[in-house]
Design a protein around this ligand. Structure first.
Ligand code: SF4
Length: 280
């Protein structure tokens, strides 16, 4: 197992002088904007999100990819377009969040793209449903230099797992995770840092402890429990968990649900720009 300390160290190694200087300017701009209550941008993006594909083999009920309900261009990201973007941002960006909606491994050039970002000293993180992690893909993943891999687990029995991951097969997920762990051992690699992500919804909330045990027994580096966003929550939703800690919504006296957390009047994450660099 790899500690989160090593993962942080790996991220730190991506900080060249220019990237560190840019990060300092970005944070200075953020705090200056808060202080003056006027938007000021001093640096360029230090972290970017790119979606390798919009396609997915599963049909999760709260995901546009699973529901096939996109209102934007669909398909796989083109490699030449992607490389052009990386060439432009690599001077100042050190973190690539390489997924959004869609299963990254569906793009046949995904690992080539990861390797390209890695060669430009960019930390790469992605998230998968792990249905394509054969022993060969696991080995290729390690060789690509991927820094972090999140695997969606969401249940310790097939029935619970597929209650949210529609069309998914838990056996494949567990095999995929085992293939990654085995390949890391064979190649003596500390990367990618392997995370199990358990999206807590009402049908699986009783398996939280089982999921922790499963993660420990398999030997993944970390397990994280995430709250779920649901689109229709005002009048309740069968996915909203009963464990308050894992619910984003709270029931009010009038019987309606509202977001638990206050929306802050500030933008800390950035602006999403959708790029039309996809191919069918
Ligand atoms: S596995 Fe991920 S991308 Fe696929 S439908 Fe589910 S949430 Fe969407």
């Amino acid at each position: 197992m790899v500690t989160s300390w090593y993962d942080n160290y790996n991220l730190f190694t991506k900080l060249t002088f220019k990237k560190s200087y840019n990060a300092t300017k970005v944070y200075a701009g953020f705090y200056w904007s808060k202080l003056t209550k006027k938007g000021s941008i001093f640096g360029l993006p230090l972290s970017i999100t790119i979606e390798p594909t919009t396609a997915c083999n599963l049909g999760c009920p709260e995901c546009p990819s699973g529901l096939k309900q996109f209102t934007r261009a669909e398909g796989n990201l083109k490699t030449d377009f992607y490389k052009k973007i990386i060439d432009e941002v690599q001077i100042h960006a050190f973190y690539l969040n390489f997924y959004f909606q869609g299963e990254p491994y569906i793009n046949p050039n995904f690992l080539e793209m990861v390797a390209y970002a890695h060669s430009k000293k960019i930390y790469t993180a992605t998230s998968t449903n792990a249905h394509f992690l054969t022993p060969q893909k696991a080995e290729e993943t390690i060789k690509s230099g991927l820094s972090r891999l999140t695997i969606s687990i969401d249940g310790t029995t097939q029935e619970t797992y597929e209650s949210y991951r529609k069309g998914g097969d838990l056996t494949k997920v567990l095999e995929g995770a085992k293939n990654m762990i085995e390949a890391k051992k064979i190649l003596k690699s500390k990367t990618p840092y392997l995370i199990f992500q358990f999206l807590v919804v009402k049908p699986n909330e009783h398996q939280i402890e089982d999921a922790k045990t499963l993660a420990t027994n398999l030997g993944v580096d970390e397990i994280r429990f995430k709250t779920a966003q649901v689109y229709d929550y005002q009048h309740g939703n069968s996915l909203i968990p009963t464990i308050e800690k894992y619910a984003r919504y709270k029931k009010h006296h009038d019987g309606t649900y509202r977001l638990k957390n206050k929306m802050l009047n500030e933008c800390w994450r950035g602006v999403r720009v959708l790029l039309h660099g996809t191919e069918k």
